[in-house]
Design a protein around this ligand. Structure first.
Ligand code: PAF
Length: 298
């Protein structure tokens, strides 16, 4: 496995791979790899010949400097895990390599920018202004540098996945996007790099997945009123002592809030456990769920 730090190097390596007919796949990450990231590698590995792991802690998608500063940085360990998982190339550029005119140029809108569309406006987008603009900007940059044939994104970041699908459609990237299922620990908690920041013995964060599973069961047993589902989930999260950022039932494609679940919907939650912000989501299906129904919510 090669570890590359510069755009020039990585372009040279990938040009040679492309010339020999290789299909290039990318796993975009911000490092602090865990089993969830490794599952993305496993999903994309059979779909391509050369797997690149993008490893860049992108400052412009953090709307709080404190959050960026405390994000775990574990490059050596990440490289070892990537190698073990069968990654061919880890690309870990510096901030200066990606933002050569400095971050001020980005924030002061002096550099060319890509902005996220409507499905970024609610949920995390509303709570973290600028976050999804930073995400689509860096994903456009990574697509331009690596020019992959295929890229994989986890359903753990459900809103991000929808935003990126829109980016690919609107910018006409010839890149296949694979959605990889969210991975939970045995305790039920969704795997996330931020779990590293939680107190090891705290059971409070487990309330998120408990709330989602209870809501899923309620929908399956006939509850179609989104407000009742939200209240059920919020009650469980609040009782565990977490502070809710949002609990929302949405259309599975547009992420617009729905009042009633018709066939299926997505339940998305964000909550603070102390200083640590956790997100999670689950698909809700009604008791008469029909997998072939095209239109889900009006
Ligand atoms: O999901 C992430 O880790 C990041 O948002 C991404 C897609 C790598 C962009 O920095």
């Amino acid at each position: 496995m090669i570890l590359s730090r510069t755009i020039a190097d990585v372009k040279q390596i990938l040009a040679a791979e492309r010339r020999s007919g290789k299909r290039i796949g990318v796993v975009p990450t911000m490092g602090a790899l865990h089993e969830g990231h490794l599952s993305l590698v496993r999903v994309i590995r059979p779909q391509c010949d050369h797997v690149v792991l993008w490893l860049f802690l992108n400052p412009t998608q953090f709307n709080s400097k404190a959050d960026y500063d405390k994000y775990p940085r574990t490059l050596e360990r990440d490289a070892a895990l990537a190698k073990e998982a069968g990654v061919d190339l880890v690309f870990a550029p510096s901030v200066e390599e990606i933002y050569p005119d400095g971050l001020e140029a980005y924030y002061e809108k002096r550099s060319v920018r890509t902005y996220a569309g409507a499905c970024s406006w609610g949920l995390c987008g509303a709570k973290r202004p600028g976050h999804f603009d930073g995400v689509v900007h860096i994903v456009a940059v990574l697509f331009n540098i690596l020019q992959p044939d295929v890229a994989v994104f986890g359903e753990k970041d459900y809103q991000q996945l929808r935003v990126i699908e829109q980016l690919v459609r609107d910018m006409h990237y010839h890149i296949e996007i694979i959605a990889a299922p969210l991975i939970r620990a045995e305790s039920g908690i969704a795997l996330s790099s931020r779990n590293e920041l939680l107190q090891k013995d705290s059971t409070a964060p487990l309330a998120l997945s408990r709330a989602l599973l209870s809501a899923r069961d309620a929908a399956e047993q006939g509850e179609t009123d989104a407000a009742s589902i939200r209240e059920l989930a919020a009650g469980i999260i609040r009782t565990a002592g977490l502070s809710i950022d949002y609990v929302e039932v949405t259309d599975i494609h547009t992420l617009a809030p729905v009042a009633e679940i018709r066939n299926e919907a997505q339940l998305l939650v964000a909550a603070y456990c102390g200083e640590v912000r956790l997100i999670d989501n689950i698909r809700l299906r009604t008791s008469g769920y029909n997998p072939s129904a095209l239109k889900t919510n009006g």
